[in-house]
Design a protein around this ligand. Structure first.
Ligand SMILES: [Zn+2]
Length: 99
């Protein structure tokens, strides 16, 4: 059964990150090609607000800098350990994601 209060016959979409069904107006479009305005012949993927926020608080430019700083290209394990430490330093411990 639909949750009548939330969906009111509205089309629902599935979050690609957590698999949650959300009303289309509650979802954020995610375009893997990075161009939301060229809609021709495209099927958009969707993220719920929670996942959208989680993705967006690590901007790509900063991620790039973190990768360089933590020595991407070094031995994989050493790199991952340093990268993890730097991310925690920058953003705090990663929270468990409740389904
Ligand atoms: Zn989600």
């Amino acid at each position: 059964m639909w949750d009548a209060r939330r969906n009111r016959g509205e089309e629902t979409v599935t979050c690609i990150a957590c698999g949650e069904s959300v009303g289309r107006s509650e979802a954020r479009e995610y375009d893997k090609y990075g161009d939301r305005w060229d809609r021709e012949g495209k099927a958009f993927e969707h993220l719920c607000k929670t996942c959208y926020r989680e993705l967006c608080h690590q901007p790509r430019a900063e991620l790039e800098a973190l990768l360089v700083e933590s020595g991407a290209g070094d031995a994989r394990e050493a790199f991952l350990a340093r990268y993890g430490a730097l991310v925690e330093e920058e953003y705090g411990p990663l929270e468990e994601h409740e389904p």
